[in-house]
Design a protein around this ligand. Structure first.
Ligand code: AMP
Ligand code: MG
Length: 361
């Protein structure tokens, strides 16, 4: 028998992605992840939690290496998260990313290691997705009211949109690998919200593995990574829920064997104007929020940064383009798509394989 021990749908206002419009819809939204624990747990799971990036983080540990205490582990994690925020938070005017975004045209910037890794990966993904994923999307995110700028409740005027879109485009950025520098071409505004939480999950997991913790689960704002096993020896498991109003239907249970999972979707943050809902996920190719019927995309990947970025990229692509793209790369993805009053699932073959393996005795 399996019982529900924990849930990850309580996302609060997000410093990175300002997830402020939650409410009931989000509670029942697709992609809500539930941690499942067995009925019998002879050993205790240690829980540490806190706040970062405008949302919450939590870590579950089964074993503590000798010499470490929960307090020392918490301090290490907080220090690490602070370092990431100091580099990549667009909500901090003095962060490295904000200084880059405000810098003069033509100036080169030596980036600290984490920022460099995340922007390099984001630029590679931008190329690979033909710009569906784009770390320079920031001015559009802000224009549509989903960044540090004030929120809005109606779309911007076409002329305003055109002016802002001229600032967007990953091809505008140049970099030099040798000394890890990035060129500010003028008015480029980098936004790494689509990948930063996943990256932070990886850093926390790596930190814990590095000090000798073997059985752990790390979660930031709903993005997760797990290693080892729970006290009774079973895998960590997450259940992905279907968003049927008033019904809690578990669509998939996934064993997390050295695995990460991230979910993107328009249910997380949006504004409504008339009949239309405007998502915080923007298609940089059009300048508009995504407008297809993808409710959410979940991606399984050994690393959470990749899972996080890919989930956002696939949300932009939509189920048809996205599924072909994901299959070509053997990615494990699950799309939930609104179809009338129901939600349809579309899974890639890698996702099917991973979840089928779990169903075996
Ligand atoms: P996530 O919740 O991981 O899907 O990230 C969504 C956040 O990523 C948004 O709030 C924006 O800050 C940013 N974003 C929106 N659209 C894109 C895009 N097409 N490419 C990269 N980042 C995006
Ligand atoms: Mg993402």
């Amino acid at each position: 028998m399996i019982s529900v021990a924990d849930r990850f749908s309580s996302r609060r206002a997000d410093g990175f992605a300002q997830r402020t419009q939650q409410g009931l819809r989000a509670l029942f939204a697709v992609g809500a992840l539930w941690l499942l624990a067995s009925c019998q747990q002879p050993q205790q799971i240690h829980l540490i939690s806190g706040e970062t990036m405008g949302t919450t983080w939590s870590v579950k540990l089964v074993d503590l290496p000798s010499g470490a205490t929960l307090t020392s582990v918490r301090e290490d994690i907080e220090l690490l998260l602070e370092t990431i925020n100091r580099q990549m938070s667009t909500y901090r005017p003095d962060s490295d990313i904000s200084r880059f975004n405000q810098a003069e045209a033509g100036s080169w910037h030596a980036l600290p290691a984490d920022f460099w890794r995340v922007i390099r990966y984001s630029l590679q993904l931008a190329e690979d997705t033909g710009g569906a994923f784009d770390p320079t999307v920031g001015p559009l995110v802000n224009l549509w009211g989903f960044g540090p700028d004030p929120k809005r409740n109606e779309p911007p005027a076409a002329a305003e949109l055109a002016a802002i879109q001229a600032r967007v485009g990953y091809q505008r950025l140049s970099w030099r690998e040798a000394d890890q520098v990035l060129l500010q071409p003028g008015d480029a505004y980098v936004d790494l919200s689509a990948v930063a939480k996943g990256y932070a999950v990886d850093k926390v997991a790596d930190l814990l593995l590095g000090i000798g913790v073997e059985n752990l689960l790390v979660e930031i704002g709903g993005e997760l990574r797990a290693h080892g096993v729970k006290p009774a020896g079973q895998s960590w498991k997450v259940a992905i829920e279907k968003p049927l109003p008033g019904v809690r239907e578990v669509a998939h249970i996934v064993a997390m064997n050295d695995m990460a999972i991230a979910t993107s979707g328009d249910y997380r943050n949006y504004f409504q104007a008339g009949e239309r809902r405007y998502s915080h996920i923007i298609d940089p190719r059009t300048g508009h929020p995504v407008s297809h019927h993808v409710v959410s995309v979940s991606v399984l990947h050994p690393r959470c940064a990749e899972a996080d970025a890919l989930a956002t990229a696939l949300t932009v692509m939509g189920v048809e383009e996205g599924m072909v793209w994901a299959e070509a790369r053997q990615l494990a993805v699950l799309f939930m798509v609104q179809s009338g009053s129901t939600v349809e699932e579309h899974v890639s073959s890698a996702f099917r394989r991973l979840t089928a393996a779990e169903a075996r005795p």
